[in-house]
Design a protein around this ligand. Structure first.
Ligand code: F6R
Length: 354
């Protein structure tokens, strides 16, 4: 049953896993995630030449956040691995974060095993599960994060500890101020996006209403909003149980943009959301403008700007908007945003075939 987005009681009743509450608590989660990274023993410092984050879904996106955020701060490249196996180059000179909220994701456990075999330095981030057990047995440092929410609602716990550990290892600096900036900005934004704020003043509810019965296609820009575009797509999938797609400028100008001629009935259902940031390359800004003129007759178009005092706060400002909009989109279709039965089913089916 369709829910009126201003009926807060109905929104909460529909939300069996407390997704709205977890989103509201994201500022505090970020602050706590920083503290959690301060205690675990550190691995022995080595002359690492690469950093690899291995995980899936909600546990992998923090790796992408790190990859983009650290591109102009870390002296070594960051690679995100969403697989059972590891790339050939991974060796003793690789620092590996093995990230799994549940600690039971088979691809991550397999990659963890491979990382140990190759003699890499591993740090685990998990609530426990099999990864927690294996790491404890292997003497691998573990950042233990609280259990009880969906992995995709734990983006603070799954990303920020990496900043804390990297700072303690002397590889990043000034991260506490970054995290404080994110928390403070999200605290402001939840007053705008949260369920108590009526639709007329709430950009997240307005965006959801706009996307109802449409196919969201989210376009970000490489180096600024690329991870947000991917995150929004995942949140529309997992929270609203709806299809969504993402891509990035400038690459999409070399292929995807050509595909707006037919079929007309499908194109008419597509709604493009373009994510913008003040650090977008000026030529990318121009591309967005020109592209809008090219596709606006075929599909809908909304532009969304990031806000906030720092690059990371700006990225989180957009993540937050997408998180809320996807939950409201679920509510508009009468769908519980929390459970992801399809993922659970797949994991259970796979578990039957050891
Ligand atoms: C569910 C979610 C999923 C999981 C993924 C991996 O909320 O976001 O994408 O993150 O299935 O599971 P974990 O995070 O437990 O390793």
């Amino acid at each position: 049953m369709r829910i009126d987005l201003d009926n807060v009681k109905a929104l909460r009743e529909l939300d069996s896993a407390g997704m709205l509450e977890a989103a509201w608590n994201l500022p505090e989660q970020c602050a706590q995630a920083w503290s959690l990274a301060q205690d675990p023993p550190l691995p022995q410092i080595a002359d690492w030449r690469h950093l690899l984050v291995t995980g899936l879904g909600g546990s992998a996106i923090g790796g992408d956040l790190l990859r983009v955020f650290a591109a102009d701060k870390l002296g070594i490249p960051v690679l995100v691995n969403r697989d059972y196996t590891l790339p050939w180059f991974v060796n003793r000179e690789t620092l590996v974060f093995a990230v799994s909220y549940s600690g039971n994701t088979e691809e991550t456990l397999s990659a963890y095993g491979a990382a140990r075999e190759r003699g890499t330095t591993v740090v685990a981030i998990t609530t426990g599960g099999e990864l927690g057990r294996r790491a404890a047995d292997d003497g691998v440092p573990v950042v233990r994060i609280p259990t009880g929410i969906q992995p995709r609602a734990a983006t603070g716990y799954l990303f920020i500890p990496m900043l804390g550990i990297l700072e303690r290892l002397g590889l990043l600096f000034g991260m506490e101020a970054e995290v404080t900036g994110v928390s403070a900005h999200l605290r402001e934004l939840r007053g705008r996006y949260g369920p108590e704020t009526p639709a007329r003043d709430n950009p997240a509810k307005q965006l959801a209403a706009n996307l109802q019965h449409r196919l969201p296609v989210i376009w970000g820009a490489t180096g600024t909003t690329e991870v947000v575009a991917q995150r929004w797509k995942g949140q529309f999938n997992e929270n609203a149980k709806a299809p969504a797609y993402w891509n990035v400028f400038p690459e999409l100008n070399h292929n995807e943009v050509v595909g707006f001629e037919q079929p007309e009935d499908l194109l008419g259902r597509i709604w493009l959301i373009v994510l913008r940031d003040e650090q977008d390359h000026p030529r990318v800004r121009l591309r967005m403008k020109v592209t809008r003129e090219m596709v606006k007759k075929a599909a809908g178009w909304t532009e969304v700007d990031s806000s906030g005092p720092t690059g990371l706060a700006r990225v989180y400002s957009l993540i937050y908007l997408g998180d809320y909009a996807s939950m409201y989109l679920a509510a508009l279709a009468g769908i519980d945003p929390g459970p992801v039965q399809v993922i659970d089913f797949l994991k259970n089916e796979l578990a039957k075939h050891e």
